[in-house]
Design a binder for this molecule. Structure first.
Ligand code: SF4
Length: 390
């Protein structure tokens, strides 16, 4: 069984922001939660990809094969092939597949610095990049490569491994960090790369990563944000409970808050939503386990009507063509899966229309835009009309 570091790369974003979460997670006894189907599928996908890369297989050759109790489907194989092709193109001289970092406890930069990197490759040429690749099988949350602490942690681990074998790496040597996430939509596509240098990775590790690892040992400070999503201590976190309680007790009309207060409180919306999600999951789990919880009960989910077996023949005979939905163009993400050339066509024929305005945190990658005024709306209409006429 894989042993995960309490200060591992995959949770780095959380403990870099919230050092108190590590001690809190250690104190709680979590129920023997079954590994979620998503997690199982992710583990199996990584195993399948490593198998293909190590044995020089393409993913279509393993369709139907079992990996950790999960059968490789066509859909899984299509996603894996994008990662396999990308990694294989980097396999020139030296590479690591599902390789350990920080395996030797005596030479680790911190006792909890260890883990497994999906893929890394490098050559003997001192100016060629060292590549570090992380495969994400998930659909839901699309991840950026730029300044990604998980990837930077892995990169530092790879540099550390190279140091222990005496492989020289100049500080100026490029390091390319890549996320391959074929199943989740991201405006930059399924493969996102970010180039930095070995010197920058080492600087980040010395000035940010390692001090944060030491801070965890002495600090009980909490900070809530998007990183609360995967925090194992969500249900017992005093900060989330406090924020949730404060939100419940808050009777101030939102329109009367000052800009400063509104901006500050907005930072915590996502954290409170994670608390709500965790409460819902705990309630369902308890009721499904047979507990009687005052104030709530187990009910059937609302369903939609579906036709009985044999309905199609009767309805088609009686209603003809009207019984069927006319053929319609698939959505861009569905279309991308149609064939190998489909993603290129989708890129060529797709655009993202403006659909209005929303609020984002300062840390969001999108550029801030100006609020619409009668003048700039009018100006935009004139420019559009001129462009159409010319
Ligand atoms: S839920 Fe959020 S604030 Fe609370 S311990 Fe976890 S990461 Fe920190």
């Amino acid at each position: 069984m894989t042993v995960h570091s309490p200060l591992g790369a995959s949770s780095a974003e959380r403990w870099l922001h919230c050092p108190g979460s590590v001690a809190l997670a250690k104190k709680i006894v979590l129920p023997d939660a079954e590994e979620s189907e998503y997690a199982k599928e992710g583990t199996a996908a990584h195993e399948a990809a490593a198998f293909c890369l190590k044995n020089d297989f393409d993913s279509w050759e393993i369709i139907g094969q079992d990996f950790d109790g999960i059968v490789c489907t066509r859909e899984m194989a299509e996603a894996l092939q994008i990662y396999i092709s990308y990694a294989r193109a980097l396999m020139a001289q030296h590479w690591m597949i599902e390789a350990g970092i920080g395996r030797d406890p005596d030479s680790r930069p911190h006792k909890d610095f260890y883990g497994t990197v999906d893929f890394a490759a490098y050559t003997d040429h001192p100016y060629e990049p060292i590549s570090v690749v992380d495969y994400k099988h998930g659909v839901g949350i699309s991840v950026d490569a730029e300044q990604n602490p998980q990837l930077m942690y892995y990169a530092y681990g790879v540099l550390h491994n190279l140091k222990t074998i005496g492989f020289p790496v100049e500080l100026s040597r490029p390091v390319v960090l890549t996320i391959v996430q074929p199943r989740g939509f991201h405006p930059d596509g399924p493969i996102r790369e970010w180039q930095t240098t070995a010197g920058e990775i080492k600087r980040w590790a010395q000035e940010e990563l390692l001090p944060a690892m030491h801070r965890v040992e002495i600090s009980e400070q909490f900070d809530a944000g998007s990183w609360c999503r995967f925090c194992p201590a969500k249900l017992v976190c005093p900060l989330l409970a406090g924020l949730f309680g404060a939100a419940q007790a808050d009777t101030r009309p939102a329109m009367e808050l000052t800009d400063e207060v509104l901006g500050r409180e907005y930072q915590y919306i996502e954290a409170v939503e994670h608390r709500i999600k965790a409460l819902k999951a705990a309630a369902l789990s308890r009721l499904m386990g047979g507990s009687l919880v005052p104030g709530i009960k187990l009910v059937h989910k609302k369903g939609n009507r579906v036709f009985k077996d044999g309905a199609e023949a009767i309805l088609a005979a009686k209603l003809g063509e009207a019984a069927y939905t006319p053929a319609a163009l698939k959505s861009p993400s569905e279309m991308e899966k149609v064939s190998h050339e489909a993603p290129k066509l989708v890129r060529e024929w797709c655009y993202i229309p403006e659909t209005g305005y929303t609020v984002a945190l300062e840390s969001d990658r999108r550029q801030a835009c100006e609020a619409p005024t009668p003048q700039n709306v009018f100006q935009h209409m004139i420019l559009t009309k001129t462009a159409e006429e010319s």
